[in-house]
Ligand binder design. Structure first.
Ligand SMILES: *Cc1c(COP(=O)(O)O)cnc(C)c1O
Length: 215
């Protein structure tokens, strides 16, 4: 699958609900970037698996779980509130490191999906609290499209995320080369995401097969 991607796009292999052995197998095939969405799954896997794996946290993150994952994550893609970003900053500072984060936007029709609205995000980025943060580095945006077979709907949503990225890149993050990532696209819609400008795609099922939630 990596072979099919343009060089500007990196594949995040989403290993949630799959055992460490499955990650190891993908690792041996050359994959180094993996995504997990639960702290209680990420931490044991990260401890057990090779240390040159780059772990991205992609799920809804409760503030009380931030501390546990900080030692292991290269990037937290799913920052959806100022409160969460503050806690990441605090825990990263305590651990003496800087953590990369993506701002998650709500682009789907489903109300259940999390993420900032444009206005909420602009408000956070203009706040004194944000300007005082020392230990988070905002490297881009993330979004999840509506779960639908209507690929034109999905395309419009990815387009919206790309436009938000461009707006931020030219304003709040002007001159900041590290603000360069657009994380969008999953197993069923990643080709559309790539066409719409994704730099990170998050693919689980198409790599590892169906997840067994019963385990
Ligand atoms: C599970 C998950 C994915 C991967 O989904 P697949 O359909 O299995 O490719 C991508 N992004 C997020 C945020 C996820 O939670």
């Amino acid at each position: 699958m990596r072979a099919q991607l343009p060089p500007s796009v990196r594949l995040v292999a989403v290993s949630k609900f799959h055992p460490a052995e499955a990650v190891q197998e993908a690792y041996e095939a050359g994959q180094r970037l993996f995504g997990e969405s639960h702290a209680q799954e990420l931490v044991p896997k990260a401890r057990m698996l090779p240390s040159d794996i780059e772990w991205h946290f992609i799920g809804h993150l409760q503030t009380n779980k931030v501390k546990q994952i900080i030692p292991y994550v290269a990037c937290i893609q799913s920052v959806d509130s100022g409160r969460l970003l503050c806690e990441i900053d605090k825990q990263a500072a305590r651990a003496g490191r800087v953590v990369d984060v993506l701002l998650q936007f709500h682009i789907a029709r489903e109300e259940t999906k999390s993420g900032f609205t444009r206005e909420e995000c602009l408000e956070l980025l203009a706040s004194p609290a944000f300007r005082q943060m020392t230990s988070v580095r905002v490297t881009g945006v993330m979004g999840m499209a509506t779960a639908t077979d209507d690929m034109e709907q999905v395309r419009r949503e990815f387009h919206t995320l790309k436009a938000l990225f461009e707006e931020l890149r030219q304003t709040v993050f002007a001159g900041r080369a590290e603000f360069c990532e657009i994380s969008m696209g999953m197993s069923h819609d990643w080709p559309v995401a790539v066409e719409e400008g994704a730099t990170l795609i998050r693919v689980g099922t198409a790599i590892f097969g169906q997840r067994d939630y019963g385990k």
